[in-house]
Design a protein around this ligand. Structure first.
Ligand code: P6P
Length: 329
């Protein structure tokens, strides 16, 4: 018996929630097609030409992995002809990408991190793709400002995690649902319906190698996790750390520090999409002073301090750092 496919699930959601337009469905299906192709390359990275570096440096001064470039191009080609998107923006592109043919444009915009955690590709650690869809006001062609929207305006957000299996976890504002790819039929099948994150977790995820630069509030909070008997779990791949904490409960932190007061992670295509998923699952996501979803980026690649996961764990983080300047003392 075939399980609940992603396509059937979306159709049934549309019946239940008339507001969800069918055009949306094609967008989500286009993204999953791209993810299947990316996942195939990830799973054979050791054998194919996909491993290693391109020799290019991206806009952030980071080395570009071959898979970063491959995934970025794959997503663009899977969606640029759908007639649904006005433009796209990605971690791998300095500026946004307007759909070239004005007749092939639509009302939505897509932002994505094509391969998050790409430095883990060569050591066989799970990585992911993060995506988010907006419908900016006005029908004119997209501009840079079209992308600088508060995360609350997202229509859909989610991620793929290429791990022991390939999973899609997404929300359209009506709960969080997980689908697992059955590679024998190439279909994403519903495996985690209505995911809820425990309101308190027993896991904390943070790179303690940065501790020397943390504020006293961040240090006190991390110490409180240890004194509380929490387990430290840190994969170094945001999607994987977030996914584990979403299912088991816990908190992921990438706070600012003296060197980088705004932390490392990007607001538009990393923190905001995961914050939408976290809140829809009953969790929370904060920059230390307030919800991530209330923040509108000032630039495409703006960084933001991030605490995300179980609601009570995030609230305690906000209390621990309240009154501190970003990046601490
Ligand atoms: P650090 C991967 O490079 C990434 O962007 C996220 O996936 C991950 O959570 C973070 O950086 C890890 O950063 O500084 O701890 O190696």
């Amino acid at each position: 018996m075939l399980g609940m496919t992603l396509t059937r699930f979306i159709i049934e959601q549309q019946r239940q929630f008339p507001g969800v337009s069918g055009r949306f469905t094609s967008l989500l299906e286009g993204i999953t097609t791209a993810a299947k192709i990316i996942g195939r390359e990830v799973n054979k990275a050791g054998l194919a030409e996909t491993m290693g570096l391109t020799g290019r440096i991206n806009v952030h001064g980071e080395q570009v992995q071959k898979l970063d470039e491959f995934a970025n191009t794959t997503i663009i080609h899977a969606l640029d002809h759908t007639g649904l998107l006005a433009a796209m923006a990605s971690e791998e592109m300095e500026d946004f990408y307007p759909i070239p043919d004005p007749h092939a444009r639509g009302p939505y915009i897509l932002v994505f991190d094509p391969v998050d955690g790409s430095s883990n590709i060569d050591v066989n650690v799970s990585i992911g793709t993060i995506f988010s869809i907006y419908r900016p006001p006005g029908s004119a062609a997209a501009t840079a400002e079209s992308f600088l929207r508060p995360g609350r305006e997202q229509l859909c957000a989610g991620y793929f995690v290429y791990g022991s299996s390939t999973m899609l976890v997404y929300t359209t504002g009506r709960g969080v649902h997980g689908f697992t790819l059955d590679p024998t039929i190439g279909e994403f099948l519903l495996s985690h319906e209505s995911i809820r994150i425990p309101e308190r977790g027993a896991i904390y995820s943070v790179n303690e190698g940065n501790a020397a630069g943390w504020s006293s509030g961040v240090r006190a909070y991390v110490d409180s996790r240890k004194e509380g008997g929490c387990s430290a779990r840190y994969i170094g791949s945001l999607v994987s750390d977030f996914h584990r904490n979403l299912l088991k409960g816990g908190v992921f932190l990438y706070p600012g520090d003296r060197k980088s007061p705004e932390g490392k992670l990007r607001l538009l295509y990393e923190a905001s999409p995961l914050a939408f998923v976290a809140e829809q699952a009953g969790g929370a996501a904060s920059n230390g002073t307030g919800p991530i979803l209330d923040l509108a980026p000032k630039t495409l690649h703006q960084r933001v301090p991030l605490a995300i996961g179980s609601r009570l764990d995030v609230e305690e983080f906000e209390a621990a750092v309240s009154g501190e300047a970003p990046g601490g003392d």
